[in-house]
Every structure is written in C-alpha cells, then in structure tokens.
Design a protein around this ligand. Structure first.
Ligand code: ADP
Ligand code: GLC
Length: 487
C-alpha cells in the first residue's frame, strides 16, 4: 500500500532584503537562496518582505490577499506573487516603504526616523499571518531574520491563540534595532511588555533583543559566531541572554547560491573556468585590470576586496597595509561603499599608487563576480564576521581567501599551515589577531605561497572542490524546523 503523503511543512521567512530585488549585504543573499534550497528538499517556503519600489516593480503580477485599512498610520495591502523562483508576500504600504534607495537610510545617510514603525509593521503582518490572517498561508514555522523581524514573536504571543513556532536568526549583532521607550504605545506594545523579560533593552525598546527573548529557537550563521556571541567581547550587550538561552542557540553556516556563483558559467567573466582549467583565470585577471584601470601584470599578486566599509570589516587595516602590498609586488582592487572617511582614504590610496591600487566606490554585482574570477587572492580582514559570503565565493572561484580567524571565516577557510598543506586540505590563509601587523604577516605569507605555483594551485583546487552550496545548511534548518513543529 502506498504511504500517505505527508503535507509539506510550511515556512514563512520574514526579512528586510532579498536578492536579486533589494540588497545591502549578505542577508539579501541568504533570503534569496535559502528558500530554493529548502523547496528542493520538500518544504514550502513563502517570504514576507517590504514593498520597496524595487520589489513592487519586479512583481509583475500579484494577488491581493489582505487589505489593512490602517497599518501604522495608513492603509496597506498584502500582495502574493512570484518572482523567479521566490514565492513572495509583499507588504505594499506606501507610507512606510515607497522610498527608493537604501532600505534603512534616507538620502542623507541617516536612519529613516520612522524605522521602528516600518519594521514593526513588517513584524505585525508576519504575526497576523501566523495567527491565520490568510488561512491558506498559515505557516507551521515562522523564520524571522535580524532585528527588522524581531517583534514577530512579541506580537504573536499577544494573542492567546495557538501560534507557529519561531526561529530567530541573527545575521549581525552590530545591528540591534534600538528605539526610544516612548514609542511603546505607538508600536502596540502594552506597558507590561517593557521589562527585562520582554522588549526592554538598556532602557530602550530592543527589537532584536525582544525576538531573541521570545523565539523558540535562535540561530546564527556559523558555529564559531554562536560561541563568540555568548562572550562579553562578542556579545554586544546580549551575551547574558545568549548564555541564559544556550540550549536554544545553534550555529548553522550560510551557503552560497551556486547557480549564481558558478565560475564555469559566469557571464561576468571573460573566460569561465573550472578547477581543471585554472590557467583560464589569466584572461579574467587581464579583464579585471582593464576594467578598473590597474596595470595589466600577470606576475603581480592581485588582491581583491569586496565589502561594506565599516569597522567590522577591517578596512582601516587594509589602508595600513598598502605599503606592504606595494613592497611584495602586489596590486589591490577594492569594491565597496560605506563610511565616507574610509571611502576617501581608499580614493587617496588609489591616487597615490596609480596602476597598483584601485578603489571602486559603488555597488556593482558584475564587478564583484569579475574580482572573484580574476583576482589571485581575496582579502577579508574582519574584526568579527558572523559568517561572511565573499570568502565562500572566493573559494569557489579559486581566489585564495586571506581571512581573520573569527566567526564564519574561521569555520569555512582551512589555513595553509604545514599540516593542511601536506594533507592537501588547505583552502586559504587565516590570521589573527585582526591587527595591522597580523595582516602584514598574512600578506607576506601569501606572497611566499604565490611564488610557489604548484602549492598555490593546490590551494586553489582544494578550495574549488569544497561544497559551499546551501544543500547542507538547508538540511540543518529543516531538521531544526522539524524538531520544533508541534506533532
Ligand atoms: P555583510 O553581509 O556583512 O555585508 P557578507 O560577506 O555576508 O557580508 O555579504 C556581502 C555580500 O554583498 C556578498 O554577496 C558580496 O559580494 C556583496 N557585496 C558587498 N559589497 C558589494 C559591492 N560594493 N558591490 C557588489 N557586491 C557587494
Ligand atoms: C551579516 C554578516 C555576515 C553574514 C551575513 C549573512 O551581514 O555580517 O557575516 O554572512 O549577514 O548571514
């Protein structure tokens, strides 16, 4: 007799950005790729995101599944539609989201003054869906990402109704969503919720803290970061909470969308290649030099860096290492945006070393791919890094990653020490501490390895053979959801 088919588990993802529609960093990559990996193993995933102009523009056809006469100040509609392989629920609330550009910042670079209401609205709608707002869409599990979705469990538990279980994922503790306590009423939170056991966090309303306090499970994006956030040095004020809830905290590494990041088919490259045809990378290195204005030099060790420019990412360490890069006959191409002082300092370093150092200030998906396929090595000198995705892409593209031994970087790159070299396991270079001297030493090490081509190519091949796809991580998430699902 045929076995009865189990109904697929229904997951509602909630987050504030999603590749390819709106992206400021790795969160978007995760939101864009994890649903497909979960669908591939039989789960049904829908993703709730804000209706920014770019999202609504991509949504060619949609069904209105709910109308809110008044959601935090004006009417809003919830639209269901499909974009590429993503099943989306889009919160079309023009008073909150009809603002082009960066999803969090106004055109002067300041946080939008109503960010609390904007992302409380997102969380409110997710909770309503959890409570049966649209019966056909009621999830078994809500998977909430970062502070923007932190109030989901709070709103969910306000109703004394059966509710789905909540997984809360921390992508970066540096962003916690702290708002003034006097917004409590406006956000629909009762005075009783303003306590240590509720939404209160250092005298303010803490969106992420609230989510972590009330979630059924907490994940972060690497096992090492899961350990780091439980320490005073890495916990950014929340380490006590992580220690108290240690039995609920799990580190699951991110994967990479291996369809989008595939060196053998990548249209951004002059010469797509694979591990058996590493020599083809030379054409990409030339194209990268021509595209960015670097001197075309096959003998030089060309370093790449693709990053947001913040303290986290150690961009100041790179600035302090420019002379070392020149000394070792290196070149550097930097792609990124962020703090104006860092952007300016990088521009100055470019002008001081024309042909050897180039900073491209901007967000450019195609150039990011060309750097991965053309640079010899990729720098990721982060002070902390919950997971990091550029070192995953670098390994898949044979750009040897040079990373600090922290968080997800520690978990995904195998340092080229003697043991790892002799067992043909090495995939990159790790260094610590995250200091100017630490980076300089790592640069010298990389130069020695680069000038030993058989060893360098072995590292490249090892890296390219790693499985950095979402298949493994998706299985871990599915197991976690199953463990929470009421039987
Ligand atoms: P984070 O999320 O902390 O910024 P990750 O390494 O997890 O760091 O993810 C960064 C993502 O954003 C990667 O996909 C990377 O390629 C991309 N990225 C960062 N800066 C740029 C840029 N200036 N242009 C294109 N892509 C970028
Ligand atoms: C964050 C982290 C980064 C991580 C990304 C996706 O922005 O800084 O390390 O890879 O989220 O999880």
């Amino acid at each position: 007799m045929a076995k009865p088919r189990l109904k697929p588990m229904k997951i509602l993802m909630v987050g504030s950005e999603i590749f390819p529609l709106i992206k400021t960093g790795g969160l978007a990559d995760v939101m864009g790729a994890l649903p497909a990996a979960l669908s591939a193993i039989g789960l049904k995933v829908t993703t709730l995101i804000p209706g920014y102009p770019a999202v609504l523009a991509a949504l060619a056809r949609s069904d209105i599944v709910h109308h809110y006469p008044n959601l935090f100040g004006a009417e809003a509609t919830l639209r269901a539609g499909r974009v590429d392989r993503l099943d989306l629920l889009v919160l079309d609330a023009p008073h909150l989201f009809a603002r082009p550009g960066n999803p969090y910042l106004d055109p002067t670079g300041q946080d939008w003054p109503d960010n609390a209401q904007r992302f409380a609205a997102l969380s409110r709608v997710a909770a309503d869906l959890g409570l049966g707002l649209v019966p056909s869409l009621t999830p078994d599990i809500i998977h909430a990402h970062d502070w923007q979705a932190g109030l989901v469990p709070v709103y969910l538990h306000q109703a004394s109704k059966p509710a789905p279980k909540i997984v809360m994922t921390v992508h970066n503790l540096a962003y916690q969503g702290q708002f003034p306590a006097d917004l409590l009423g406006l956000l629909g939170l009762p005075p009783s919720s303003f306590s240590i056991a509720g939404v209160e966090h250092y005298g303010a309303i803490g969106f992420l803290k609230a989510g972590l306090q009330h979630a059924d499970a907490i994940t972060t994006v690497s096992p090492s970061y899961a350990a780091e956030i439980a320490t005073p040095e890495g916990g950014m004020g929340l380490d006590g909470l992580f220690r108290a809830r240690a039995d609920r905290v799990l580190g699951i590494l991110n994967g990479l969308d291996t369809d989008i990041w595939n060196p053998a088919t990548d249209q951004a490259l002059a010469a797509p290649f694979d591990a058996e045809h590493l020599a083809l990378r030379a054409a990409n290195k030339s194209m990268l030099a021509r595209a960015t204005g670097l001197d075309e030099r096959s003998d030089a060790l060309l370093f790449g860096l693709i990053s947001r420019f913040t303290w986290q990412k150690g961009i100041d360490l790179i600035l302090a290492a420019i002379e070392t890069i020149i000394t070792i006959n290196g070149q550097l191409v930097v792609l990124g945006t962020g703090e104006p002082a860092l952007e300016n300092a990088l521009r100055e370093a470019s002008s001081a070393h024309p042909g050897a150092i180039k900073a491209i200030i901007g967000f450019d998906e195609g150039l990011a791919h060309l750097i991965q396929g053309g640079a010899d090595a990729l720098l990721v000198p982060s002070r902390f890094e919950p997971c990091g995705l550029t070192q995953l892409a670098a390994q898949r593209y044979g750009a040897v990653p040079i990373v600090t031994r922290v968080g997800g970087l520690a978990d995904t790159v195998i340092d080229a020490n003697d043991a790892a070299l002799s067992t043909q396991a090495a995939t990159g270079i790790q260094f610590q501490p995250a200091t100017e001297d630490g980076l300089r030493r790592a640069l010298h090490r990389s130069a020695r390895l680069f000038h030993d081509p058989p060893t360098w190519q072995m590292i490249q091949r090892n890296a390219m053979r790693l499985d950095v796809s979402w298949a493994g991580p998706a299985r871990h998430y599915a197991a976690l959801y199953r463990s929470l699902r009421p039987s």
